[in-house]
Design a binder for this molecule. Structure first.
Ligand code: FCB
Length: 462
């Protein structure tokens, strides 16, 4: 099989996130996060599952780092749990929590792997949520304090920092769609949450720079949005969705302005009451890289608003409706597999935002049915095909001039897939949730071979 050849200096890794893998929810002085609360609320997460135990990575991280070493990755992306470091989201740090990340970072470095640390992958301390959470400005200030604590402790060994993971999901899936914690369906407060997340990001960038951090960036999940037809109405629907999904983040981060079509998108909900003078300067602080997570494209058509009264709408109710992709394979997430859209998205972003910093693909991967066969092995050929096709698409984007420096597979391990619980498996390594044993899948072996030949080309200076 012909494998895509990517530039030899491209870095490779895998990614995980604290709440999805760590478990040990009540250990080491960790406080509750909004995801603990959400999981305990009946009807929210499939089968009532939670991250209480997850992959027990908190205790088994050495085994997981050994898997990474054997895989031969350059980088390992993980996240720090804010409520492990500050159980209430404020005040003196919890020594046990910091000590865990200390050990993890040391183990990763000892394995010859570079850590890429995400400060926020959705687990807001519940105490802060009780005080308004991302809807209130003070949470951005608190995030700056938390960032300073982590940077002071780990900054001597961690060079690469990601402030937020997918603030689109935190703001809108969390506060407008209601399918992520905190699980509410709001209008203006969801837009305020988006703004405060951006402000938190900029505040954290300031703290990281002051601490002398090497490479600083943010991870976004820009969507490749396609109109169902060429009609005026469907195109306008896509432009509204582009603002909801992409421009809300990209415009202030990379052009120093808020999107100019907020009123068309949200009407009076976008009243800007949550913005202050000077915020754009903080938000737009220069970055060393942009993290992009990509899984699948979205096709949309114009549709009536769910709520007829504009004042009562959620921020996700923008008069659009998703349309299914015909004739392509879908993963067990129900996501269409359209690798070309990965290339198209990257080229499109590059053209729209000429000032973008270099890109790291901080997540890409697929959830598959993954049944172990008689020999206990998982022959996940569909995942291998997905990764291969997306790497080829990435290669074409790079050839077209997009500056991409790294690529991370989501995920090293099967893990807690948010509202879907443990049924949706994204790992290169299967986790048996009864025994917590790890079993590398075929995709793990494929990635290992792929990385070995990539490194060989790098060493030959090809
Ligand atoms: C992304 C999340 C990550 C994981 C993948 C499948 O949106 O950042 O935690 O759940 O989707």
């Amino acid at each position: 099989m012909h494998e895509p050849k990517l530039p030899p200096n491209l870095l490779f890794g895998t990614a995980t996130a604290a709440y999805q893998v760590e478990g040990a929810a009540d250990e080491g002085g960790r406080g509750p996060s909004i995801w603990d609360t959400y999981c305990r609320t009946p009807g929210r997460v499939a089968r009532g599952e939670s991250g209480d135990v997850a992959c027990d990575h908190y205790h088994r991280y050495r085994e997981d780092v050994a898997l990474l070493a054997d895989l031969g990755v350059d980088l390992y992306r993980f996240s720090v749990s804010w409520p492990r470091v500050q159980p209430d989201g404020k005040g003196r740090p919890n020594a046990e929590g910091l000590a865990f990340y200390d050990r993890l970072v040391d183990a990763v470095l000892e394995a010859g792997i570079e850590p890429a640390l995400t400060l926020y992958h959705w687990d807001l301390p519940q105490t802060l949520e009780d005080e308004g959470g991302w809807r209130v400005r003070d949470t951005a200030r608190r995030f700056g304090e938390y960032t300073r604590i982590v940077a002071e402790r780990l900054g001597d060994r961690v060079n690469r920092w990601i402030t937020l993971n997918e603030p689109f999901c935190s703001a809108f899936v969390g506060h407008a769609v209601g399918r992520h914690a905190p699980g509410t369906r709001e209008g203006t407060p969801a837009l305020a949450a988006a703004h405060h997340l951006l402000l938190a990001h900029g505040t954290a960038v300031g703290e990281l720079r002051a601490a002398g951090a090497g490479e600083v960036g943010i991870t976004l999940n820009p969507d490749h949005l396609l109109p169902a037809t060429g009609s005026e109405a469907d195109r306008a629907a896509v432009e509204r969705a582009r603002t909801l999904h992409n421009r809300t983040w990209f415009d202030p981060l990379f052009t120093g302005a808020y999107p100019d079509n907020e009123k068309e998108t949200w009407g009076e909900l976008a009243d800007g009451s949550y913005r202050r003078e000077g915020d754009l300067e903080v938000i737009g602080r220069p970055l060393d890289f942009l993290g992009v997570n990509f899984y699948r494209p979205i096709m949309l058509r114009d549709a009536p608003h769910t709520q007829p009264d504009p004042a009562l709408r959620t921020a996700a109710d923008i008069g659009t409706e998703q349309v299914a992709f015909d004739g392509v394979r879908h993963t067990t997430m129900g996501w269409p597999v359209v690798p070309e859209s990965f290339e198209e998205l990257l080229v499109d972003l590059d053209r729209r935002y000429p000032g973008l910093p270099p890109i790291l693909i901080t997540e890409n991967g697929s959830a598959e049915a993954d049944e172990p066969d008689g020999d206990g092995r998982v022959h996940d050929g569909d995942r291998v095909a997905y990764l291969r096709a997306h790497l080829a698409a990435l290669g074409r984007a790079i050839e077209a001039g997009v500056d991409v420096r790294g690529y991370f597979v989501w995920s090293l391990l099967d893990n807690f897939e948010w509202a879907y619980g443990y049924e949706r498996r994204f790992g290169l390594v299967r986790v048996d949730y009864d025994s917590l044993e790890r079993h590398p899948k075929d995709s793990y072996h494929w990635y290992r071979d792929y990385l070995a030949s990539h490194r060989a080309r790098r060493n030959q200076g090809e």
